[in-house]
Design a protein around this ligand. Structure first.
Ligand SMILES: [Zn+2]
Length: 444
């Protein structure tokens, strides 16, 4: 429900049932598209009209149909329209300015971080990403941001939230790694996401769910950015991973596993995860395991390059710099092989490592790794929607789905980098960007 429909409803109830019949149903918006990729993976249509009402797609018609009954017309006759993009891996509260983040690490309260997230959310939706999956943020902050956006209070994408990533003590998502004794003890006392042993890992999953997590993330292996020389290999035992996946699935939540090393990728796939994030050292054997288990691979191609640049600039730890060098050397080639082997790819960037609002830079790297532009766009729309278990709501422009759509100046099927410059963004019927310019939010 938007604020406007909420207000309309309140007014209607105040002035009584007699007048309620006279309150018009929300008027329609007619969008004239020059070309329309309504179902990525299929051929685009020519000139088309999309009719939007109440935040949803009401109809899609061939040609340019004149608006009726005072409906608003949005003229995108010179533009190429496609579904709103989906990024299956972001960290919405992570500060783009890594040096500043490091310097201020001891001075920031959760409220400071929350406001950084509000700005990142606005940048993300204005870049054409109308849905993101946040795979690692304070669970209270990310659910508050998610719900504020859903209520129409602030501009941002639909957020599918994991809360804090689950990790063994000393593992990649242990927020107390290598801190001084006082801060370590404080962090340990507050942490809800570290677990040791299968039962404890069930507890950690239930704890994230109890605080509102939509999806569960765990770290199967070491990671580039944790300040620990723990390598990139497996960091949870098979029974711990199995306990995490089974508990999440019991609650109807999908599971994403962060995994670089081959041993951790294989173990997470055996445990039954729904997606593997990064998959740096995947090979023919694990690619075959991906296909057997129907898990998705979320490559996050932009992340290793961003981490390496930050490490060289001195805004990451020495432990991180070494791991960034290792991953950049192999990631592209291994993902290219996975694409060639037919592993299912869903689009995700790890934005927060790279800059928020520049998520679309991932497209060029996916194409460089062997995907066609059409396949890369499909990965960021219908396929990511399927991974997020939201395919009935988002990912294509079809009657009944959310009115999440974007437009670019030329066909992204010819040059995918045009998606780095979106000209129009509508999320759930609300226009965020028109002719490349930010629109008032909430709309007047
Ligand atoms: Zn991440």
């Amino acid at each position: 429900m938007t604020l406007r429909t909420l207000r309309t409803g309140l007014v209607a109830s105040m002035i009584g049932i007699a007048l309620q019949a006279q309150v018009p149903t929300e008027s329609a918006v007619f969008i004239h598209a020059g070309a329309l990729l309504d179902r990525p993976g299929q051929a685009p249509r020519g000139p088309s009209t999309i009719i939007v009402r109440g935040g949803r797609i009401e109809a899609v018609r061939d040609g340019h149909v004149a608006p009726t009954d005072g409906a608003r017309l949005i003229d995108l006759k010179g533009q190429f329209v496609l579904p709103g993009l989906i990024d299956a891996h972001v960290h919405i509260f992570a500060d783009d300015d890594k040096m500043r983040a490091r310097l201020e690490a001891l001075n920031r309260d959760v409220e400071d971080t929350l406001l950084i997230g509000v700005d990142n959310a606005r940048r993300t939706v204005e870049a054409g990403f109308t849905t993101v999956r946040d795979l690692g943020s304070d669970v209270h902050s990310v659910t508050a941001l998610r719900d504020g956006i859903a209520a129409g209070l602030i501009a941002g994408p639909t957020i599918v939230a994991a809360g804090s990533g689950i990790s063994g003590t000393g593992g990649h998502a242990d927020g107390a790694n290598n801190l001084n004794r006082d801060i370590e003890e404080m962090r340990r006392a507050q942490a809800t996401n570290t677990c040791n042993g299968a039962d404890d890992c069930r507890r950690a999953v239930r704890r994230q769910i109890s605080q509102g997590a939509d999806v569960i993330k765990f770290t199967a292996t070491g990671g580039v950015l944790s300040n620990i020389a723990g390598g990139l290999g497996q960091q949870l035992f098979d029974d711990e991973m199995k306990a995490i996946v089974d508990t999440a699935h019991l609650f109807g939540r999908r599971v994403a596993a962060h995994a670089h090393g081959k041993d951790g990728i294989a173990a997470a796939l055996r445990a039954g995860v729904d997606s593997i994030e990064h998959a740096t050292y995947t090979d023919a054997e694990t690619n075959a395991a991906f296909k057997r288990s129907h898990a998705w691979l979320v490559p996050t191609m932009v992340a290793p390059h961003a981490a390496l640049a930050q490490g060289r600039a001195g805004s990451r730890s020495q432990a991180s710099l070494k791991k960034a060098e290792e991953t950049v050397a192999v990631h592209n080639d291994n993902i290219a092989k996975a694409i060639e082997d037919g592993v299912r790819i869903a689009f995700g960037t790890d934005s927060g490592v790279s800059d928020h609002g520049k998520n679309a830079k991932e497209f060029a790297l996916l194409v460089k790794a062997g995907m066609t532009p059409a396949a890369a766009i499909r990965a960021a729309t219908v396929d990511a929607a399927t991974l997020l278990d939201r395919a009935s709501q988002i990912g294509s422009i079809e009657p009944g789905k959310q009115a999440d759509l974007i437009a670019v100046a030329t066909s992204p099927l010819d040059d995918v980098t045009v998606l780095e410059r979106v000209r129009f963004v509508m999320r759930q019927g609300v226009v965020h960007v028109l002719d490349g310019a930010r629109q008032a939010f909430p709309p007047r």
